[in-house]
Structure formats: C-alpha cells, structure tokens
Ligand binder design. Structure first.
Ligand SMILES: [Zn+2]
Length: 181
C-alpha cells in the first residue's frame, strides 16, 4: 500500500477499529438473517392455509414482539397482511400505538398500505427479503419510508435471504397454476 493511501485510511478510522467495524456489520447481517428465517417460517405457514406466502416478524430491543403470516383470505380482511397483523399484535402487547426502536422483518417488500402502517407506528427499521417490482412501496415503486415529505423516516435494508423468500412465492404460484394449490 502507498503512503498516501495509508493516510486516507487513517483519516476515516484508525486501522485498529476496522476489524471491529467489520465484525459489527457481520453481526448485524447474522441477526437479520436469523429473524428472516423466522419470518420465512411464518410465510410457509400462511402458504399451508392457502394464503400468498408472506411472513413478518417485529423485533424490539429485548427481542421478539410479534410474528404473523399473510391472512386476508382466512380473516376475510383485505388489510390482513402479515405486517399489519404483526404491528397490531405488538401494539397490544406493549400497550402503545407507537412502536419506536423496533425492526420489522418481512419476506416480501411491503405494499403502500403496510408502509403507511410502518410510518404510523413509527417503526425505526424495515428489513425485507424479496423485492416487489410491481407493488413494492419501500424502494421499488414508491419509497415511503424515505420520503422527506412524511414526518417519519425508516431505515430500509432489502434483499436479506431474497432467494429463499422469492422461491417460496414462485413455488406457491406455480403450484396454484398447476391446480395443486
Ligand atoms: Zn401490505
């Protein structure tokens, strides 16, 4: 490495801190994957009930608050998306309609309704699996958690276990087309 590069690196962070920063990032990645596996299980359960397989998990500072699978058909409720159900359960649990310092994990990029609910609930962070290029409202079609005109911003991480999350949806629709679902 050239001397010039070393200086630049020193200005960003002392070299001794770099492994720590890297470890912290890897640690966050592992945490995200852990909860996404749990969200995938909720999605699988939803599929078993004939629902489009989407699962959500809401996590607070002390761990799991709520989890749910997509259930609009079962509940005859167009708003019964996994995210909405998890948010409702968590709010009841903590007796607060605001859920600050929480992270919502969901297997598919949320729709506009769910992103609206995340804003209303003041959720701090959203982690999703597969992107939804047709109706995704976090990044793909709209960017609701990052819209400066709204009074609440949400940190968004997409693509966590995206392949598994997407495959689950693809397989579900393939089986439906083949008359097995
Ligand atoms: Zn939704």
């Amino acid at each position: 490495m050239q001397k010039k590069d070393m200086n630049v690196r020193k200005m960003i962070a002392p070299p001794s801190d770099l492994p720590q920063m890297e470890a912290a990032l890897l640690h966050q990645e592992a945490i995200d994957e852990h909860w996404m596996v749990f969200a995938l299980q909720q999605a699988q359960e939803a599929a078993g009930q004939g629902e489009v397989p989407v699962g959500a998990v809401l996590v607070g500072k002390n761990g799991l608050l709520a989890s749910a699978g997509n259930s609009p058909i079962r509940l005859t409720d167009p708003s019964a998306h996994a995210e909405i159900l998890a948010i409702r359960m968590a709010a009841l649990l903590v007796h607060n309609y605001r859920l600050p310092e929480t992270t919502l994990y969901v297997t598919l990029e949320p729709c506009i309704m769910c992103m609206g609910a995340l804003v209303q609930a003041r959720i701090s962070r959203l982690v999703y699996g597969a992107a939804d290029p047709k109706t995704g409202a976090a990044i793909s079609v709209y960017s609701i958690g990052r819209d400066q005109r709204l009074n609440h911003m949400i940190a968004v991480t997409g693509g966590v276990l995206a392949k598994q999350c997407g495959e689950l949806l693809k397989n579900f629709f393939r089986e439906k087309r083949n008359g097995k679902g």
